[in-house]
Design a protein around this ligand. Structure first.
Ligand SMILES: *[C@@H]1O[C@H](CO)[C@@H](O)[C@H](O)[C@H]1NC(C)=O
Ligand SMILES: *[C@@H]1O[C@H](CO)[C@@H](O)[C@H](O)[C@H]1NC(C)=O
Ligand SMILES: *[C@@H]1O[C@H](CO)[C@@H](O)[C@H](O)[C@H]1NC(C)=O
Ligand SMILES: *[C@@H]1O[C@H](CO)[C@@H](O)[C@H](O)[C@H]1NC(C)=O
Ligand SMILES: *[C@@H]1O[C@H](CO)[C@@H](O)[C@H](O)[C@H]1NC(C)=O
Ligand SMILES: *[C@@H]1O[C@H](CO)[C@@H](O)[C@H](O)[C@H]1NC(C)=O
Ligand SMILES: *[C@@H]1O[C@H](CO)[C@@H](O)[C@H](O)[C@H]1NC(C)=O
Ligand SMILES: *[C@@H]1O[C@H](CO)[C@@H](O)[C@H](O)[C@H]1NC(C)=O
Length: 523
């Protein structure tokens, strides 16, 4: 589903490597924003880049437009070349809980609007890039929960061995959820993605653009999807990269995400056998060794000595790591889209070295669950949004046991570990209502013809938003209203990898050039 890009953000900080730089950035200038009612102020942390910020007020509850208002923070990079400016491009980086406005934005290469990456791309030449932090996130009236209760719950095993451990897990999440209701109050009840889509529309209107140009990544694709459901006639162009499928229920999600993670891990095994930069290149039957390592680490967790080192980027974190923990963070590491990933962050070779270090048995720190220390952690909205956007069954212990058996059958290497497994446990007794449950969009679109079809983009091997999500969503939109562009490769999102898919997406957003249906690109 929606990847928290947390691990990458940590690693960016850890390695301090910057995004591929471009030739001298052209001088930025504002284009035609005369009709805009949004007041921008300069918020660049670094004079070499131009970054604007604004506050924007929306109703907490869209059914009560004159009721309590909340503040949204918006970041914006003005188009690099005013003379060819098309308009605004609104975006969401994923999560849910991913923020577009980050302090020190110039320093992190960032996949957020405040990061450097956007400035190196062609779309920046044509659009003012607008990244609102969604409601509940970072600068937009952030949700608050109790970090200590959250840490306790997060560090319990999601694959309990007996009924007592299961009850402990369920109760720990119940307590963590209750702390969010206490600390966040009414805000917790209004972070569903339909409300976020209405916020984006209000911002578009205030910006003064006649039509919406949108690009969403991962969870950001759900913001786009729900915008399309509500305001289909307002869309100029909409590119959704690494597609989340809000038409399907929870069980389908477990099966599909597991399948995507399993398939991506198998690609990693194949890459290891072929490429000598993999630490397991010479290992015979690496997949079986991998399974044995995971089982052994579940019985005897591996120490995480760096978790008490204040200079370690994940500090503070859990003192030891189980096999399931390794599977959890390996999923996040596999979101990179090329062995060398092109972003200067750890690629597959580094991932293989982390695994080797863990499997040697003395240091699995990189796979340890971090303590939640912030009273406004992005993990709170990450959970709260999904709990309002899907029903989650309240499972008894026997039902949960069956689910674990089932997960091992359908995904023998990865065993069900993944985002929707984790979220099901978290959401089971969540104290806010499911106001925006999954539903088919086919009835909405069957009598509609969008001026420009939505562009759905997905890699064949995506460990989080699995390929079947995009195939299904294309069917739901119908042939007239969406085109699926596939990338024959691994990783979560395709635009960031700067290959042919990136340029096809730019061509769509800038020139409204729609790829042929069923196009497959190799990079
Ligand atoms: C700005 O855009 C508006 C709406 O598209 C248009 O009516 C107006 O003429 C434009 N102004 C300038 C200075 O280009
Ligand atoms: C938005 O509001 C917050 C809280 O009042 C303030 O700290 C911040 O400076 C404002 N940002 C802008 C861009 O006005
Ligand atoms: C800005 O766009 C115009 C029109 O496409 C082009 O002629 C000009 O070279 C561009 N300027 C820069 C600095 O890229
Ligand atoms: C991290 O969380 C663990 C488990 O709750 C706790 O024992 C430990 O004290 C925490 N570490 C820090 C530095 O807060
Ligand atoms: C694999 O074996 C070759 C030949 O013995 C050796 O040169 C290479 O370093 C080994 N690679 C790894 C990752 O152990
Ligand atoms: C603590 O972490 C830093 C940063 O990762 C590292 O350079 C240092 O060697 C670590 N210290 C110890 C004692 O391992
Ligand atoms: C979930 O099931 C437990 C045990 O049957 C029950 O105590 C709890 O109230 C249920 N929670 C919800 C939200 O239905
Ligand atoms: C995908 O890439 C693989 C490996 O490069 C190649 O063998 C295969 O034919 C490609 N499949 C498609 C559908 O392009």
């Amino acid at each position: 589903m929606a990847p928290s890009l947390n691990i990458l953000q940590f690693l960016f900080v850890a390695t301090g490597i910057l995004a591929p730089s471009v030739a001298a950035a052209p001088k930025s200038a504002m284009g035609n924003t005369t009709s805009s009612t949004i007041k921008w102020t300069d918020c660049s942390p670094d004079p070499s880049i131009e970054l604007k910020c604004a506050n924007f007020s929306v109703p907490l509850d869209w059914s009560k437009p004159w009721g309590q208002q909340i503040n949204l923070g918006i970041g914006m990079i003005p188009a690099a070349n005013a003379s060819q400016r098309i308009g605004f491009l609104m975006t969401n980086p994923g999560g849910p809980g991913g923020a577009d406005i980050k302090p020190g934005g110039s320093g992190d290469l960032g996949l957020s609007v405040t990061g450097r990456y956007w400035r190196s791309t062609q779309v920046h030449q044509y659009f003012d890039i607008v990244g609102p932090d969604p409601r509940g996130v970072a600068s937009s009236s952030p949700l608050e929960c109790d970090p200590a209760l959250w840490t306790t719950a997060s560090q319990l095993s999601l694959f309990p061995e007996d009924e007592n451990s299961y009850n402990q897990l369920v109760n720990a999440w119940k307590a963590a959820g209750r702390s969010c209701a206490q600390k966040s109050g009414e805000k917790l009840n209004h972070v569903d993605t339909l409300s976020v889509a209405k916020d984006f529309e209000a911002i578009r209107v205030a910006l003064g653009d006649e039509q919406m140009t949108f690009m969403g990544f991962s969870y950001g694709s759900q913001v786009g999807l729900q915008y399309a459901e509500l305001y289909p006639n307002k869309i100029r162009a909409m590119a959704l990269d690494a597609v989340l499928d809000h038409t399907q229920d929870e069980i389908y999600f477990l099966e599909t995400e597991s399948g995507g993670y399993e398939a991506t891990l198998n690609q990693f095994f194949i890459w290891c056998a072929r490429d000598s930069s993999c630490a397991f290149h010479n290992a015979t039957d690496f997949p079986s060794k991998f399974d044995n390592f995971i089982t052994a680490a579940n019985h005897n967790p591996i120490p995480a000595p760096q978790c008490s080192n204040v200079s370690f980027p994940f500090y503070p974190c859990a003192a030891s790591v189980s096999g399931y923990d390794i599977l959890r963070f390996l999923q996040e590491l596999l979101i990179v889209s090329r062995p060398d990933n092109g972003l200067g962050v750890p690629g597959l070779a580094d991932t293989s070295s982390y695994l080797q270090l863990a499997f040697e048995g003395n240091d699995a720190s990189i796979f340890a669950t971090p303590n939640t220390t912030s009273s406004t952690s992005g993990d709170y909205p990450y959970t709260a949004v999904v709990c309002q956007d899907w029903y989650h069954s309240n499972l008894s212990w026997p039902e949960f046991q069956i689910k674990m058996v089932f997960a091992n059958i359908i995904s023998p290497h990865t065993r069900g570990q993944g985002e929707f497994w984790r979220l099901q446990v978290r959401c089971m007794n969540w104290p806010a209502p499911v106001v925006n449950p999954a539903r088919s969009i086919a009835p909405t679109f069957q009598d509609l013809t969008l001026k420009t079809p939505v562009l759905l983009v997905n890699a064949f091997y995506d460990p989080e938003t699995a390929y079947p999500f995009s195939v299904n969503l294309q069917r739901e939109f119908g042939e007239r209203n969406a085109v699926l562009l596939s990338r024959n490769g691994s990783g979560h999102t395709s635009w960031y990898s700067m290959g042919d898919t990136h340029f096809a997406m730019n061509d769509y957003l800038i020139n409204l050039k729609v790829p042929q249906p069923a196009t497959i690109l190799q990079s």
